[in-house]
Design a protein around this ligand. Structure first.
Ligand code: AMP
Length: 354
C-alpha cells in the first residue's frame, strides 16, 4: 500500500507529538485530521481538520475513521473498544496489539521478557497484602507504579522501607499496579526504531536521557561510549519486539544501563520525547519516518547531521526564557502553542547541534 500525497492522515491525540507529526505530514503533501477531546489542542493549529471528541466515544471515533485514509495515534490510553471501532474504518498503525501491550506495564514487561529482554524485578500488585509480599521478595528501595495511565512519573510512588507499604498503596488509590525493584543505573537511554509496512527497519543513534522528577529534561547523542554494549543489546531487543508485533511506524523502548546490562524500563508505540532531537539532528526525523512508514513510503536515512546533538525540554516556566534562547543564533527553538506554563507541563524544546 502506498498512500499518495494529498491523502488524509488521521491522528488520535492533539498534543505536541501530534503537532510535530502533522508538520512532517504536511511537508510530504499529506493532510492531517486531528481527533482530541480538548477545545483547541496544539496539533489542531497546524492540521487541515480537527474533530473534537472523547477518546472513549466509539461512534465518534468510527465516524472520524471513515473520513481518513490511514489512522495513527500519539496518545496511548485509548481503550480496546474505541480502538476497534476506529480500526474497523481505517487502516491503523502501529497495530492495535502494540498499543494493548504497551498500555499495561505488566503485559509489557511479560511480553518483553518473553523475547529475552531483562526488566527490573517486578511483581503484580492488586491489594495491600500482595504489596507487602512483593516488598518482601523484591526488597527496598522499590517503586510502585499503576499498570495503566501513568506517564512522566505520574502514578508512581517510591518505597524506601516496607513500613511505607500502606501509604504507598493509598496513594495509587487501589489501582492495579506493579512493584518494581529500584535499578541503580549509570545511564538512561532509549532506542528509537521505525519499521515500514514491508518490514524494513531503521534505527537512530540511541540518545542518553536525563530525567528530573520523573520527567525527561534532556536527550543527547552520542550516548557515553561506555554503554555501547547495553545499547547493542537493546537494539537487538527492539528489533525483536517490532517483528513480533508486526509493527509499522515509530517504536520507542526505554532502558537503564546498569552494570554493563540493558535493563528494560518501558516501551511507547509512538513517536517519543527522547526523539525530538532528530528533527534537526538526523537526516530524517522520527516524525517524518513515522509518516513515511504508515503511508507505505520508503524510510529516510537516520544518520546524524552533527557530531553532537542536545535537546532540552522547556518545562513549565522554562518557556519564559524563549527570547534569551533565541539569542543563541544556532539554537532551534520549538514552542508547542500551549497556553499557561503550569509546573511539569511540556511547553516546548530547544535543540542545539555541535
Ligand atoms: P517511567 O514513567 O516508568 O519511565 O519512570 C520515569 C522515570 O523514573 C524513569 O525514567 C527513571 O528515571 C525513574 N524510574 C522509573 N522506574 C525506575 C526503576 N525501577 N529504577 C530506577 N529508576 C526508575
Amino acid at each position: 500500500m502506498t498512500l499518495a500525497p494529498g491523502s488524509t492522515i488521521g491522528i488520535v491525540g492533539g498534543g505536541q507529538l501530534g503537532r510535530m507529526l502533522a508538520i512532517a505530514a504536511a511537508q510530504l503533501g499529506y493532510k492531517s485530521h486531528i481527533y482530541a477531546p480538548d477545545e483547541a489542542p496544539p496539533a489542531a493549529e497546524v492540521a487541515a481538520s480537527f474533530t473534537r471528541g472523547a477518546f472513549d466515544d466509539e461512534a465518534m471515533l468510527a465516524r472520524f475513521g471513515a473520513g481518513v485514509d490511514v489512522a495513527t495515534y500519539e496518545f496511548e490510553n485509548i481503550a480496546a473498544g474505541p480502538l476497534a471501532a476506529l480500526s474497523a474504518q481505517a487502516p491503523l498503525f502501529p497495530p492495535r496489539r502494540a498499543l494493548e501491550v504497551a498500555q499495561d506495564r505488566l503485559a509489557e514487561k511479560q511480553f518483553v521478557a518473553g523475547l529475552g529482554g531483562r526488566p527490573a524485578p517486578f511483581a503484580p500488585v492488586s491489594d495491600l497484602g500482595e504489596l507487602e509480599g512483593a516488598l518482601a521478595d523484591i526488597g527496598t528501595p522499590a517503586i510502585l507504579k499503576t499498570r495503566r495511565f501513568g506517564y512522566d512519573g505520574k502514578g508512581q510512588v517510591r518505597i524506601a522501607d516496607p513500613s511505607q507499604a500502606a501509604s504507598a498503596w493509598a496513594s495509587v488509590r487501589g489501582a492495579p499496579a506493579i512493584l518494581e525493584g529500584f535499578v541503580r543505573f549509570e545511564v538512561e537511554f532509549s532506542i528509537l526504531l521505525c519499521r515500514s509496512l514491508s518490514g524494513e527497519m531503521v534505527l537512530w543513534d540511541a540518545p542518553q536521557n536525563i530525567h528530573c522528577n520523573g520527567i525527561l529534561a534532556r536527550s543527547q547523542v552520542p550516548a557515553p561510549s561506555e554503554i555501547e554494549g547495553p545499547i547493542r543489546d537493546a537494539e537487538a531487543l527492539a528489533r525483536k519486539v517490532a517483528k513480533a508485533l508486526d509493527y509499522a511506524g515509530l517504536l520507542t523502548l526505554e532502558f537503564f544501563a546498569s552494570g554493563g546490562a540493558a535493563v528494560f524500563n518501558e516501551m511507547a508505540p509512538r513517536v517519543h520525547n527522547s526523539g525530538h532531537w532528530t528533527i534537526e539532528g538526523a537526516l530524517t526525523s522520527q516524525f517524518e519516518n513515522h509518516i513515511r512508514a504508515i503511508c507505505g513510503l520508503p524510510l529516510g536515512a537516520t544518520a546524524l547531521t552533527a557530531p553532537r546533538v542536545v535537546m532540552d525540554n522547556l518545562i513549565g516556566d522554562d518557556v519564559l526564557k524563549w527570547a534569551d534562547i533565541l539569542q543563541d543564533r544556532a539554537a532551534h527553538l520549538h514552542l508547542y502553542g500551549k497556553g499557561e506554563p503550569r509546573p511539569g507541563r511540556k511547553m516546548g524544546h530547544v535543540t542545539r547541534l555541535g
